[in-house]
Ligand binder design. Structure first.
Ligand SMILES: Cc1ncc(COP(=O)(O)O)c(C=O)c1O
Length: 449
């Protein structure tokens, strides 16, 4: 191993001596130099099938020619002018496009940022300004980003709080409904009742409903372990917010833009949210985020309440318009749905063969495979999950874990059938090798979150 990965290992060690640890969750000594479609190449010229898509930031694949050309053309015209003072033509085109492709046939406004994190901060600001209330409700297991506001909304790692408190006041977290941990024989409807009763209990004991500004939710939780709540739960939550003047906000940063087999994660629940955040794949990984929301909410703040010098950068906007075009032209939403269903069936079959596959949660070309000690105990097995992804990595398939023991499956949506087959074959082999006790980790260092 050591000689095979020598260049990458050496480069990674050099990087470790330069880069502050807070900025990277360690998995492997991988140093990339090229990427195209779903294939990555490292500094040792070794290729990998990418099952991570740069954390769901390259839904249309790496360096898609349409995106590259659009960026190149824009770079030659104008690299940047700040929307903090003046619009660019390409930014206007993108604003119009985003208003068109986001849910809700009410009047909306859009605002650009640089990251998913700042978009979620913006949602907090708008919700408070619009309602004149302070309290924001989020969920256990959520990942909304790592600026102070979005980090406060998050609840999936102690390292996102440790040594940095106090965070933003008046943010509370509710348990997130998870069918995998339902009570025996509990139906989706009963589970929805139960989880809504936790909210009701909070409203009775410490959360005055008339002080609630917003509920913010990932329609399908990503880093929390790819958990899709029952439709009934989300719909009832939404209606409760509507009835009580609470802004219903969704975070589409991870699950948006075709990832789940629908254009937006919230489309699975037939709801148009009051406000939403978009990022990651919006500009194929170029730094661009957007908040889209009801006009009256988005007009509740005055400048410079939420502006950034490099937000809505023209090259990023050109990349974004090209990305949206590729999603449409290559019918990636439908491709994600169809291929995702195929993957789900294949993984369900594998689940039957291996007792450590506790749950398969695949929605589009997207989802998680929960690795447990046994189906009976459902006890998380992070070590086994690390061994599986390490075997995949050694055999040219790049995958990581979330929530400690959940394999993260998020390939670029342009992945070819043969790449997908190869990746599934390697994954299945990893399961087989794990079952035979054949995978050893070659690092003392912690792998993953
Ligand atoms: C659901 C969700 N929201 C927000 C973010 C934060 O986005 P960024 O890292 O671009 O700030 C992420 C990133 O992983 C995410 O998954």
């Amino acid at each position: 191993m050591e000689t095979y990965y020598s260049k990458a290992a050496e480069a990674a060690r050099k990087a470790d001596s330069c880069y502050a640890p807070a900025g990277q969750i360690h998995y492997y000594d991988l140093v990339l130099k090229e990427a195209s479609g779903s294939i990555l190449k490292d500094v040792d010229e070794k290729e990998y099938i990418d099952l991570l898509a740069s954390a769901s930031a390259t839904n249309v694949g790496h360096s898609h020619p349409t995106v590259v050309n659009a960026m190149y053309e824009q770079m030659q015209k104008m690299i940047h002018y700040t929307p903090a003072y003046f619009y660019s033509d390409v930014a206007i085109e993108l604003m119009e496009k985003l208003l068109e492709v986001t849910p809700g046939d009410f009047e909306k406004r859009v605002l650009f940022g640089n990251s998913g994190s700042d978009a979620n901060d913006g949602i907090m600001k708008f919700a408070r300004a619009y309602t004149g209330r302070q309290v924001i409700v989020s969920f256990n297991g959520a990942y909304h980003g790592s600026t102070y506001g979005s980090m406060t909304l998050s609840a999936c790692s102690l390292n996102m709080r440790r040594k940095m408190q106090p965070l933003v006041p008046n943010v509370y977290h509710l348990p997130f409904p998870n069918m995998y941990h339902s009570y025996p024989n509990e139906s989706e409807s009963e589970l929805s009742d139960r989880y809504l009763s936790y909210f009701a209990e909070a409203l009775k004991t410490y959360l005055p409903v008339d002080e609630l500004a917003a509920v913010i939710i990932e329609p399908i939780q990503g880093d929390g372990g790819f958990i899709k709540p029952p439709k009934e739960y989300i719909q009832r939550l939404y209606h409760f917010c509507q009835e009580n003047g609470i802004v219903f906000a969704v975070d589409e940063v991870n699950q948006g833009l075709g990832r789940t087999g629908k254009m937006w994660g919230i489309d699975h629940f037939d709801i148009a949210p009051d406000i939403m955040s978009i990022g990651k794949s919006l500009a194929s990984g170029m730094p661009l985020s957007a908040i889209v929301g009801r006009k009256e909410i988005m007009e509740s703040l005055d400048p410079p309440a939420h502006l950034f010098t490099t937000a809505g950068n023209p090259v990023c906007c050109a990349a974004s318009l090209a990305t949206l075009k590729v999603i449409e032209e290559e019918q990636l939403v439908e491709k994600s749905r169809v291929q995702g269903e195929y993957v789900r069936v294949r993984l369900e079959e594998m689940k039957e063969c291996f007792d450590f596959i506790g749950d398969v949660r695949i929605y589009g070309l997207n989802g998680g495979i929960e690795i447990v000690e046994s189906k009976m105990t459902k006890k998380a097995d992070g070590d086994a999950a690390s061994k599986i992804i390490t075997h995949c990595y050694r055999n040219g398939v790049l995958m990581i874990t979330v929530a400690g023991n959940v394999l993260r499956f998020q390939p670029p949506l342009v992945i070819t059938e043969s790449e997908l087959e190869n990746a599934l074959a390697v994954l299945e082999d990893a399961f087989t090798q794990l079952a035979s006790g054949n995978i050893e980790l070659d690092t003392e260092r912690k792998i993953g979150w």
